[in-house]
Design a protein around this ligand. Structure first.
Ligand SMILES: [Zn+2]
Length: 279
């Protein structure tokens, strides 16, 4: 029985076509009618820090002011974290240190901010890493520790190895495909446990990776990313409609059972749910 708890997983730099080809564990759930799958069109610029902010606030870049990867400052927008805190619910994250900078404190200090437990913060329990090569296997173990110990009602997990390998070898390389495949195996280890604990699961990506090992622009390889949803609330399907990335934050708020942020788009409930009453 699922509750209003969500684990949101962002696979940094995982493009749509490779996700369909290599995420066999997740696609098994889709094939068996236990999950739904969508293509999401990312916002622009298709870079990491701007899109972390888009995913977690639902506010476009021109308005949120997080224009580049070098914009090191706290978000000024309502986020899924801040909305959960206002609703007196628990949040946690195992993520790259830029997520800590956006929602807890900027700039990041490796001495003070790597492990955080503070219920006055937007992210109340956090384990943050600052090397792009921090192994995804260890990141997911960090996440499991937080989930198992604190049972956060909103858990954000953000992996970096796919993006890192994509930049080094390009988005159409053997190494890139292998990196996506490795994450699929890790998901196969943890997701059954988390689903058993009553979590709804979202897996998506911030942006893709082109055949030159670049993202940031407007190519389909830069902007087309996957969305998998495992939730009793959603109808299992492979959707032919492309979802705007600005829909992600209101979707997660809906699955959490909290009101969306004021600047977030209205949720296009018909895309995700059986009945339109959810809109
Ligand atoms: Zn990147």
């Amino acid at each position: 029985m699922q509750t209003n708890k969500v684990i949101m997983i962002t696979l940094d730099g995982c493009r749509y076509d490779t996700a369909i080809q290599q995420l066999g564990f997740l696609n098994h759930f889709v094939e068996k009618g236990l999950a739904s799958r969508y293509k999401v069109l990312s916002e622009t610029p298709s870079n990491s820090r701007p899109l972390y902010e888009v995913l977690l606030t639902g506010v476009p870049t021109y308005e949120n002011g997080i224009y580049t990867n070098y914009t090191v400052k706290r978000s000024k927008e309502q986020s899924i974290f801040s909305l959960m805190k206002e609703n007196k619910r628990t949040t946690a994250a195992a993520a790259y240190h830029w997520v800590s900078e956006l929602y807890n404190r900027a700039p990041y200090s490796i001495f003070e901010d790597r492990i955080q437990h503070d219920e006055t913060k937007n992210i109340q329990h956090g384990i943050f890493y600052s090397e792009d090569t921090y192994p995804d296997s260890h990141l997911f173990a960090d996440a499991h520790h937080l989930i198992d110990t604190y049972q956060p009602e909103f858990m954000y997990i953000h992996s970096m190895n796919i993006d890192d390998i994509g930049h080094k070898f390009n988005g159409n390389s053997q190494e890139y495909h292998q990196a996506v495949c490795r994450v699929d195996t890790i998901l196969g280890v943890y997701l059954p446990l988390w689903i058993e604990m009553g979590y709804q699961i979202i897996v998506t990506s911030d942006h893709g990776m082109d055949d030159f090992g670049i993202h940031g622009g407007t190519l389909p390889e830069h902007r087309e990313v996957p969305l998998f949803i495992i939730s009793d609330k959603c109808k299992p399907q492979i959707s032919s409609e492309v979802v705007e990335q600005l829909q992600m934050a209101p979707l997660v708020c809906h699955l959490l059972g909290i009101g969306k942020g004021e600047k977030m788009q209205e949720l296009k409930g018909g895309l995700f749910f059986e009945d339109e009453a959810t809109e």
